[in-house]
Structure formats: structure tokens, C-alpha cells
Design a protein around this ligand. Structure first.
Ligand code: PEP
Ligand code: MG
Length: 760
């Protein structure tokens, strides 16, 4: 048995010496050749092999023989194999060792006469992999027919890992990864889902920085084993803590991912392989990297998405372990961010994003992260252009890459051409100029040309939204989605916490009005700590007011907190998802009970309470008279109302655009509500997304709406439209079209705007 258990350590020590020697400047080329010769000779001697060769992957994807002992020297730099070609190509393609006692009888064997390898029977090849990329192949061959032992395979893999570091970090000039291999210089465009609109130019910052191995070789293996064990222990503890807290706000990780982390953190196979790598002479960090590289190479070839997902989990876990070992900060929020950071993360919790210096974050890219993910809500509130579901982004990016994020078209341009950058810089400047124009309108009231005042409110839901009122010049908050603050905390906020939160909002808006909406959870808005049964149709399920009336304690806690927080002021509260007038009446009775309780305890309550109803379920359209007799105000939730009228899921892009909000059907329903509200003198507003689009907002004014509520960024464009519009003209024009059942109202409205110089 030629290989002794001490051999890997001896080999690594010798390799280290070769690499540590300074290069002689006069004869750089010769020096590289000489070092490579020494490296292959050493490996061959240690493995008791007649041949040892290093193949390096070139920019064109081929594998070039870069160094050898045993094969003919003339073959160096002239023998090339494609990935998948020959045994060397097979190793690179499979990402796994190939161990053959009789190489020439293998179907993949490709005879290269210039190498003279016909005299060698056995073959062992291992991939040289770094950060999941195959950089080359390391082989040994023997003349006799022999099968290499598991220890020998393991030892050659460890040596390959050292070679990977040499190649990846340029420790030996001439053996660097080719420029294209680490993707520098190659432009790529990736697609994703738009989570928050906008354009951003900047440089990539990984939210969870990849930690590179600071030192390859262990001075004291026993000490390294101890360091690994201690860090593993801390890793397990941190996963347990995350699991016990189920703090989505902090970790952003769903429970099943955390469960997988816990399972992997106890995986004996993983731990054993890392310990073995340390025994072979590596530091704890290098051992983690080596084992992870092997796992990555093996998993990347799996077509089953389940295993690819698990690879992400393992990658994350290894990265966490690496950070524990190196003592590096957990996220880039704690590092020196560039002024134009485009953050890239697999996923992140909303609180993670809030940890960043807003002034330095230009954009956010998530490899996962759907439209309704909580971080998307926060990104929107902070006005950070964000793309989600950008597959492969983590494999494609390098930290520091220049990037253009076009979150209007849903594209991320990595390492873009200068021309593209110039193009987008123009676009960004144009947007900034436009924004400046909008800001100038901040103090101009939204009055149409014929003197009709339109109330313009904003939709909000987080404390970070508050500055938007002043920035946009809105009249107040027309919809405060209280559930958003609930979604970014880990536990159900208690009465005191809620009171404090609402107080901050009320104080934050100053003397402007704010309309709170009671909790609208259920459907796609999930509170991690609220147990809910799985439902076939969650959008039609147990949500909002239905939960409030079934779990009255939840509702009453919120109502009480709002009553406390509004002491001495008017409280405006509206109820979502009403189907029946009786639900409104019941909810009002509960609030009245709490008010009485407050008074009994001589606590100060609001000076006045205005209780409103959201009209967002079609059933209410046939109860408008009864409803408007009960309410103090009403707000149309056109997002839900129209999705239910057209039976088209608002979160499903395949069906959401199948109907037009400017169709006679939609406009007649919306008109019907205005007419009923006028009849009952009930103040009415509309707070669905359509209010934020200038053309649609123009139509709403035509239908008779005089109050609308929208995303803060829409206030400028909509106000500009209003200032150029005559309310009487649009009303006359539109109501005729609606009465006639015109089938191309959208087009006719565009023509109207053009003819009347209304900027839409
Ligand atoms: C709506 O349904 O139009 C609405 C404003 O509420 P949400 O989007 O929160 O459901
Ligand atoms: Mg709604």
C-alpha cells in the first residue's frame, strides 16, 4: 500500500513550500514551468504514480494539458480535450473522480498519440473545483493495472483543492483561471419579476458575502479540529435560535428551510468529511470549502429541482459556518457599502433590508422572493427598485460587478456594455428630472382646470412610509394597511406595542388625516405566528373581517390599541372584506364595547370615531343603500372588487391582465358606487392600484370620484394629470361611452387626453 495516512499532510507541506517561494522576475515563464514541474513530480511521488498531469480549463471551454510528469513534454500546451471528451473531459463533465484499473478499455478513452500514454493502464482523475466551477482536472496514472484506494482518491481530491486555490487566486502566475472563467467581462441579462419599480445603476454587493479561505494549510491540525467543532456548535445553536424565534423578520427564512438547516447541521457525513480534510493538512476554513465544492459539483448535475434547492441550503449553511470560523460579519449591512450598491441575495427578511443604509442601496435583486414576499413590501416602501425570482443570479454575479437594474422591464444587466450604461444613465437622469418636476408640485393643490378639488392620499403600511406624506405632498393617508407591520414582526404585537405603533403613525402624519384599516390577513398575507388551516381558495377564504369576527380578541386588541393611540383626536378606521352589512354592524358593536370600557376606566379616547367600510366584494354592490345608511365613509378596494367581478386572481399574471379596468363592466360597477354614495352623502374614496395610474385616475374623476388614494410615487404623475384636466369635460365624455357600452374606452380616453393636452 503506497499511500500512508501521513502522506497528504506531507504533500501539502511540500506544495506550500513550492508556492511560498518568491518567483524570479527575470525568467517568469521558466519559473512557472519549473514550479509546475515540481508540483506534478511531488504529487506523483507521493501517490507513487508514474504519471501526474494538470489540465487547465481555457476560455473556450477546452481542457489544456498545462503540466505533466510521465507524459511527453511536447504534449504540454498542445493537447486539448473538450468537456466530456476522453477520460479527462469525463471528469470535468461529471464533476466526480474517475478511478479505472484499465483506462484504455473505457468507452470514453480518447487516444492522444502525442502524449505517449498508451503505456499506462490505470487512471485516476479528479476535478479541480472552486466555488462550484470546474477549473481543470488533476490526474495520476500507473503502468500496472490497479484500482486506487478511497484514501488515495480523497488525497488527490485534497490536492486538487489546493490546486484550485492556486489557480483561483493567482498564487502561481500562468496558472490563473482564464479571464472568461470567472465571468469577468461577459455581459449577461437575467430576467425576474418586478417587485418594486425603478431603474438603478450600480455595483453588485452580495448581501451575504462569500468568505474566501484565508489560509489553506494547517499549522496545528488538532487546533483546527477544535475550531471546526466549536464553530459547528455555534452554528447549531444559531439555527436552533432561529427556529425557536421563527423570526421571519430577521431570518427571512421559512420554517422548512430552517428545519433543513438543522438537519444538515447535524449531518454526520458532512462533519466527518470536513474532519478528514483537516487531517489531510487543511485549515478548518479550507476543509469547509473543499467539502462544499465537492457537494456542489455533485449536486449541480442533478436535474431534480429538489436537490438543487437543497444545495442552496447547504451553500448557505457552509457560508454561515465559514463566517463563524473567520469571524466575518453576517451581512453586507455591516460592511463599508459603496454609494451605489445593488444588493444581491438569495432571499432576505424585511428587517434585514431595513438594516442597510438606505442612501447607499440603489437596487435589490433576489434569486427567490415573490411579489407578496415581505421584503418586497419593505423595498416598495423604501422606493428601492427590486427584482425577484432572478434565477441563477448567485451563480452569475461576482461582487463588484457593474450592473444595471431595469425594474420596469424586469431585467438585470450584469457587466453591461458602456453603451447600455450610457443609455440607462440617460433614462435615470430623465426620471430624476421628472421627479424634480413632481416635487415642485408638492405644495400645489390638486385642482382641475375647472376648479374641482381632488383629494389625493397615499397608501401606506409601515412606519418607514411616513416621510412619503411630506415628500409627495399628499393630503393624508387614505389607506394604512395595518397588517404590514404585523407581517414584519415575529410575534403577534401586544396591546402596548400596537398602541405605541399607532401613536407613532398618528404623530408622524401631524395634522393630516390617516385612515387605518383593521387587520386584513389571510389570502396571500400570512402571519407566521397565526395558525391557519390550508385552504383550497385562500383569496375566498378565512380572512380579514371574517377572522376578526371569529377571533374577536384579536380584533378587539387592535381596536383598543387604536382607541388609546387616538386619544383626543379623531380615529378613522375602515373594515376590509365585508360581504354583509351585518358584519359592519357587529364590528361596530365590538368597538363600542371597547370605547365604553375605556370610558369606564376614565381613560381618554378619541374625540370622534369615523367608521368606514371597504367596498371590495361584489356582494355589497346590491346592498349599497343599506350599507351607506350605516357607515361614516367608504373606500373602494378596486384590486379585490375587480378580481372578484372578473373571477381573475390578481396575483396570477396569466389571468390578471385578461380584463380591462377601463371596460364598461368595471366602470359601471364603479359608477354605481359613486351614485349611491352621493345619494347618501357618504364620503367616498378609491384606494386600489388603478388610482395611481394617470389614465385610470382620469377615468375615475370622469365617473365622479373626488378622492383617491395611491402609492406615494404615483402622486406626482397623477397630480400633473389632474392639473391639466377639466372634470366636466371628462365626465361628459366618459359617462356617454359607459352608457353606450363602448368596447374600446381605453383607446378613446387616450385620444381624449391627447386632444385636450392632458398628460397621462
Ligand atoms: C384593494 O383590494 O383594492 C385594496 C386596496 O386592498 P388590498 O390591496 O390591501 O387588498
Ligand atoms: Mg383588498
Amino acid at each position: 500500500m503506497p499511500w500512508t495516512s501521513n502522506a497528504p499532510r506531507v504533500l501539502l507541506k511540500q506544495l506550500r513550500e513550492i508556492m511560498a517561494r518568491p518567483s524570479t522576475r527575470q525568467s517568469k515563464g521558466d519559473d512557472v514551468e519549473a514550479r509546475l514541474d515540481r508540483i506534478v513530480s511531488l504529487i506523483a511521488a507521493n501517490m507513487v504514480a508514474e504519471v501526474c498531469s494538470i489540465y487547465v480549463r481555457k476560455t473556450d471551454g477546452s481542457l489544456e494539458l498545462a503540466a505533466t510528469i510521465g507524459l511527453r513534454k511536447e504534449a504540454i500546451h498542445s493537447t486539448h480535450l473538450k468537456i466530456g471528451e476522453g477520460l479527462v473531459g469525463l471528469v470535468a463533465h461529471s464533476g466526480e473522480p474517475v478511478n479505472l484499473p484499465d483506462a484504455q478499455s473505457h468507452p470514453a478513452f480518447s487516444y492522444r498519440p502525442e502524449t505517449g500514454e498508451e503505456s499506462y493502464k490505470s487512471f485516476l482523475g479528479v476535478p479541480i473545483v472552486r466555488a462550484g466551477r470546474t477549473l481543470g482536472v488533476l490526474t495520476v496514472q500507473n503502468a500496472t493495472s490497479r484500482s486506487y484506494s478511497d484514501e488515495e482518491v480523497e488525497a488527490l481530491q485534497t490536492t486538487a483543492m489546493v490546486m484550485a486555490e492556486v489557480m483561483g487566486t493567482g498564487l502561481i502566475e500562468g496558472l490563473n483561471v482564464p479571464a472568461g472563467e470567472n465571468k469577468r467581462g461577459q455581459s449577461v441579462t437575467l430576467q425576474g419579476h418586478i417587485l418594486s419599480e425603478g431603474i438603478a445603476l450600480g455595483h453588485v454587493v452580495l448581501h451575504e458575502p462569500r468568505v474566501s479561505v484565508p489560509k489553506l494549510f494547517a499549522e496545528d491540525p488538532a487546533q483546527e479540529q477544535k475550531r471546526l467543532d466549536a464553530s459547528l456548535q455555534r452554528l447549531r445553536e444559531s439555527v436552533d435560535t432561529m427556529l425557536s424565534e421563527t423570526d421571519v423578520a430577521r431570518s427571512g427564512e421559512p420554517r422548512d428551510v430552517l428545519e433543513a438547516y438543522r438537519m444538515f447541521a447535524h449531518d454526520q457525513g458532512w462533519i466527518k468529511r470536513m474532519h478528514e480534510a483537516i487531517s489531510a493538512g487543511l485549515t478548518a476554513e479550507a476543509a469547509v470549502e473543499k467539502v462544499q465544492s465537492n457537494i456542489r459539483a455533485r449536486t449541480m448535475r442533478q436535474s431534480d429541482p429538489f436537490w438543487r434547492e437543497r444545495l442552496h441550503d447547504f451553500d448557505d449553511l457552509s457560508n454561515r459556518l465559514m463566517r463563524l470560523l473567520t469571524g466575518r460579519g453576517a451581512t453586507a449591512a455591516e460592511t463599508n457599502l459603496p454609494r451605489d450598491a445593488i444588493l444581491v441575495a438569495r432571499n432576505m427578511g424585511p428587517a434585514d433590508l431595513l438594516d442597510y443604509d438606505r442612501k447607499r442601496v440603489r437596487g435589490l435583486i433576489l434569486a427567490e422572493g415573490g411579489i407578496s414576499s415581505h421584503v418586497a413590501i419593505v423595498a416598495n416602501a423604501l422606493g428601492i427598485p427590486t427584482l425577484g425570482h432572478v434565477r441563477n443570479v448567485l451563480e452569475e454575479v461576482e461582487p463588484g460587478d457593474p450592473a444595471v437594474l431595469d425594474s420596469e422591464a424586469g431585467n438585470l444587466h450584469l457587466r453591461p456594455s458602456l453603451e447600455l450604461i450610457r443609455n440607462y444613465a440617460d433614462k435615470a437622469r430623465f426620471r430624476a428630472r421628472q421627479q424634480l418636476q413632481y416635487e415642485k408640485l408638492r405644495h400645489t393643490p390638486a385642482v382641475t382646470k375647472d376648479g374641482v378639488r381632488i383629494t389625493m392620499n397615499i397608501n401606506a403600511g409601515l412606519l418607514v412610509d411616513l416621510p412619503h406624506i411630506a415628500q409627495s405632498g399628499a393630503d393624508g393617508i387614505g389607506l394604512f394597511r395595518t397588517e404590514l407591520e404585523f407581517m414584519v414582526t415575529s410575534k403577534f404585537p401586544r396591546l402596548k406595542q400596537q398602541t405605541e405603533m399607532y401613536r407613532q403613525i398618528i404623530e408622524g402624519v401631524g395634522d393630516k388625516p390617516v385612515v387605518f384599516r383593521s387587520l386584513d390577513v389571510g389570502g396571500d398575507k400570512i402571519l407566521p405566528y397565526l395558525q391557519q388551516m390550508p385552504e383550497e381558495n385562500p383569496a375566498l377564504g378565512w380572512r380579514a373581517i371574517r377572522i376578526a369576527l371569529d377571533r374577536q380578541a384579536l380584533f378587539r386588541t387592535q381596536a383598543r390599541a387604536l382607541l388609546h393611540a387616538s386619544a383626543g383626536r379623531e380615529l378613522r378606521l375602515m373594515l376590509p372584506f365585508l360581504t354583509e352589512v351585518s358584519e359592519f354592524v357587529k364590528a361596530r358593536q365590538l368597538i363600542e364595547k371597547d370605547l365604553a370600557h375605556l370610558r369606564r376606566h376614565s381613560q381618554q379616547g378619541p374625540s370622534k370615531i369615523a367608521l368606514g367600510a371597504m367596498v371590495e366584494i361584489p356582494a355589497l354592490l346590491w346592498q349599497l343603500d343599506e350599507l351607506f345608511c350605516q357607515v361614516d365613509f367608504a373606500s373602494v378596494g378596486s384590486n379585490d372588487l375587480l378580481q372578484f367581478i372578473f373571477a381573475a386572481d390578481r396575483n396570477n399574471t396569466r389571468v390578471a391582465s385578461r380584463f380591462d379596468v377601463l371596460s364598461p363592466t368595471a366602470l359601471r360597477a364603479l359608477r354605481q358606487i359613486v351614485v349611491a354614495a352621493e345619494r347618501h352623502k357618504v364620503p367616498l374614496t378609491l384606494c386600489g392600484e388603478m388610482a395611481g395610474r394617470p389614465l385610470e385616475a382620469m377615468a375615475l374623476i370622469g365617473l365622479g370620484y373626488r378622492s383617491i388614494s395611491m402609492a406615494p410615487a404615483s402622486v406626482g404623475p397623477v397630480k400633473t394629470m389632474i392639473l391639466g384636466l377639466s372634470a366636466t369635460d371628462i365626465q361628459d365624455f366618459l359617462l356617454d361611452l359607459v352608457d353606450q357600452g363602448c368596447l374600446n374606452i381605453r383607446q378613446r380616453l387616450i385620444e381624449f387626453a391627447r386632444a385636450n393636452d392632458v398628460p397621462v
